[in-house]
Design a protein around this ligand. Structure first.
Ligand code: NAD
Ligand code: DAU
Length: 333
């Protein structure tokens, strides 16, 4: 039976990819609740059928609005967040408001209306790993966040866990690794480098670029979230990852090569303070218990598709580019 799904942050990178995924793969109707911060983009929802997708401009901290929208929904999938580590190091306050108070506002309404709630989180709550550590993150790894961003995400996860235990909230949580794909803001690593090359600027690598991220395509994140919403056990945490560990230098050199540039045509810039060294996800609980598997097995192929998307969608990213680079320049990055 078709569900009514409330997607918070549905105009952002991963949220909008999830909305497109739901429209293509289910009969559900979707309401997007998004504040349209600098990271929300109307164009990311263009072309979706109006009889399936409703867009509400609003703040997840607005208790009255949130209460009404949750009362009208069957399931809430909560993506809305301040999401960028570098921003959180320069202006942490919006991270506390949206990630902590916003999540609190949503779970209070979800418990009042007894609605299923899925909380989207990040592997960064677990801190970082040494390059040679044979262990990867599991749902048993202790929380140890490094940045204002990741500590507010950790705080929001703990609120959801407490609401499950103390108030019987029907919630699940997922912690995913680094996503790539279409519609990602140009402040983030992969789109920043692709669009720098497209505008004729040199890509920028923080420090030596030996930091490792565990890349997953946004569509694989979406398929995993849908599987958890449909079959995940209430109160459980599922880690989402696709065995995609690569260091930043390697990813950047691959982008340069795929775009026909010399592999060394980039600059080293000042490193991120407190820069996490390595993330790595063990997704065996999700794979074994819920039978999920990623569709994108070949990172270079996914990267080539992503480069093609940015080449073909300059009107989507061009308006963000100059302001984003001006901010980075001020920070020496
Ligand atoms: P994003 O910054 O691209 O999008 C965030 C969206 O939330 C934007 O549309 C923004 O307008 C909206 N928003 C912000 N504050 C809001 C508020 N107060 N009320 C309503 N809407 C608000 O972020 P993203 O990269 O798509 O990340 C989405 C979620 O996935 C976040 O919870 C993030 O922590 C999580 N996550 C991201 C990654 C990644 O690699 N990007 C990996 C794992 C988990
Ligand atoms: O692991 C999941 C997390 O992945 C999510 O929770 C975050 O919302 C998401 O932004 C992402 O966080 P990162 O900090 O890993 O992503 P970012 O794209 O900012 O940076 C990826 C790596 O690239 C990181 O090691 C920093 C480096 N970097 C980044 C930029 C913007 C550079 O070397 N140069 C750059 O210009």
């Amino acid at each position: 039976m078709a569900r009514r799904i409330l997607v918070t942050g549905g105009a952002g990178f991963i949220g909008s990819n999830f909305v497109h995924y739901l429209v293509a793969n289910t009969d559900d109707s979707v309401t997007v609740l998004d504040k349209f911060t600098y990271a929300g983009n109307e164009a990311s929802l263009a072309g979706l059928p109006e009889d399936r997708v409703t867009v509400v401009h609003g703040d997840i901290c607005d208790a009255e609005l949130v209460d009404r929208l949750i009362a009208e929904s069957d399931v809430v999938v909560h993506y809305a967040a301040e999401s960028h580590n570098d921003n959180s190091l320069h202006d942490p306050r919006p991270f506390l408001d949206t990630n902590i108070i916003g999540t609190y506002t949503l779970i209070e309404a979800a418990r009042r209306h007894e609605k299923r709630f899925h909380h989207i989180s990040t592997d960064e709550v677990y801190g970082d790993l040494e390059l040679d550590d044979p262990e990867r993150f599991t749902d048993q790894t202790p929380y140890n966040p490094s940045s204002p961003y990741s500590s507010t995400k950790a705080g929001s996860d703990l609120l959801v866990r407490a609401w499950v235990r103390s108030f019987g909230l029907q919630a699940t949580i997922s912690n995913c690794s680094n996503n790539y794909g279409p519609r990602q803001h140009v402040e983030k690593f992969i789109p920043r480098q692709i669009t720098n090359i497209l505008v004729g600027d040199r890509p920028k690598l923080y420090g030596e670029g030996l930091n490792v991220r565990d890349w997953i395509h946004a569509d694989d994140h979406s398929s995993a979230v849908l599987r958890i919403v449909e079959a995940g056990r209430i109160g459980e945490t599922y880690l989402i990852g696709a065995d995609g560990e690569r260091n930043n230098k390697d990813v950047l050199e691959t982008i340069l090569e795929l775009m026909g540039q010399p592999r060394d045509a980039y600059e080293h810039v000042v490193d991120r303070p407190g820069h996490d060294l390595r993330y790595a996800i063990d997704a065996s609980k999700l794979r074994d218990e819920l039978g999920w598997a990623p569709a994108y097995q070949d990172f270079d192929r996914g990267l080539a598709d992503t480069i093609a998307w940015y080449r073909e969608n300059e009107p989507w990213w061009r308006p963000q580019k100059d302001a984003t680079e001006a901010k980075y320049r001020e920070q020496g990055q």
